[in-house]
Design a binder for this molecule. Sequence first.
Ligand SMILES: Cc1cc2nc3c(=O)[nH]c(=O)nc-3n(C[C@H](O)[C@H](O)[C@H](O)COP(=O)(O)OP(=O)(O)OC[C@H]3O[C@@H](n4cnc5c(N)ncnc54)[C@H](O)[C@@H]3O)c2cc1C
Length: 466
Amino acid sequence: MAIQPNLVKTIEKLQQQIQGVVLAAGEPAYEDARRAWNVTVDQHPALIVVAHSAADIVQAVRFARAEGLDIAVQGTGHGVVRAADGALLIVTSKMKGLQIDVAAQTAWLEPGLKWGEVLAKAQAVGLAPLLGSSTDVGVVGYTLGGGMGWLARKYGLSADNVVYFELVTADGKLIRVSNTENADLFWALRGGGGAFGIVTGMEIKLFPVTTVYGGNLYYPAEMAKEVITRYREWIKDAPDELTSSFLIANYPDIPQMPDPLRGKSFVQVRGLFSGSVEQGKEMLKFWRDWQAPIIDAWVEMPFAAAATISNDPEDPMPSFSTSAWLRELSDEAIDTIIQYGHSVNGSSPLLIAEVRNAGGAISKVDPHSSAYGNRDAAYILHMLSLAPTPEAHHFLSQYANQFRSAMQPWLTGGVYMNFLEGQESRERVKQGFLPENYKRLTEVKAKYDPDNYFSFGFNIPPAGSI
Ligand SMILES: Cc1cc2nc3c(=O)[nH]c(=O)nc-3n(C[C@H](O)[C@H](O)[C@H](O)COP(=O)(O)OP(=O)(O)OC[C@H]3O[C@@H](n4cnc5c(N)ncnc54)[C@H](O)[C@@H]3O)c2cc1C
């Protein structure tokens, strides 16, 4: 959509007020800036501001308010909830300020950072951030949705370890948000997503984790029932140092796939143990003394290499992702996961059906102390695939719905907001939270953004507007 000619002058004025760049449709840089990591998102903002500082974001928000534009924000585009069509899109990817306080074990992060950039700097001084499976994901979007990574059972969610945020409100003010300043907003931001303002920075806790024991064991998918049943036993009394998952992976038959995986299906036991390496090796004996896997890739590694465990793709792609919390892994639940997850002659369009073990430190936090929901659920089922066309996306959604329906007896009814995307994360937002927390989110929204200028994050309408 081209910007109205009468706006040209005001756009020039905005450009003079900021260090970053203002882009309108038709400019080549606009095409780059509107792209998201998830290429199924084809968004056409009215205007894009590539911000260089918090002051730029203040000006951009004030401009949008004056011009009656809604406001969207993007770090990387890994988790776009709603395409920024017709809005002013604030792109934060150039804001990469990072300061680590080694003594305090904290880091100050600007919103354009990806986790890999934080990980590298933190590991250089013997510390670890609570990133997820991919180093390519943005620090802020991940944290606002909860943020569950390989240290989650030991140290909790990324959202549980924020010291304070700085944020630009809907009326264009830069404020500090912590347990003691704007505490209601601090409560909402930890799990409630990007519906409340634009985060311009956050201080997070870091942890002394350097060497870990982690990786994957690959068994033939035909052994899925035995492996998953054994996995259930393995994690029953596992210490919080172990965060793990099992997955059924159907690797595509494409040249980019390494030989041992290409065109084959596996059941994998995946995880990271952050206690001593010796203890980690001891835990793996449970598997190694049982049956030799086809590939044994659990190894001692620096935490800096933790992203090799999931080996998530970094190049932009048409990603499909959905989730459901499980309360238990009964024998019948395992059968259903295998039925829908294991592709036999193309029977499943999913590349991955992964079940991560939650609990541990996540479940020890009072569920009312922040907006984040579903702390009591033991497992999160994550369904992943590629959706190169809208038709493929539709087909995958239908398949995932059938899978979820078949799993109904063992579902809590909750979803993990970070593992949803697009329209689904708008439609199912209530399932992401405890009912009382959702209600409170709408009240915080009514206080800080009563006109819903930030309507591109999780769909949390201001109380009184529903
Ligand atoms: C390959 C891959 C691996 C993943 N692994 C994990 C994992 O292990 N654990 C996990 O918990 N999640 C994981 N996720 C999900 C991920 O956490 C979400 O997709 C998250 O929203 C991505 O944040 P982002 O900033 O990179 O993306 P963006 O698309 O840029 O942002 C997502 C949303 O966050 C909000 N937001 C972003 N920046 C700001 C800001 N500065 N101020 C206010 N709101 C903002 C906005 O609402 C935005 O729409 C993964 C996703 C992918 C694609």
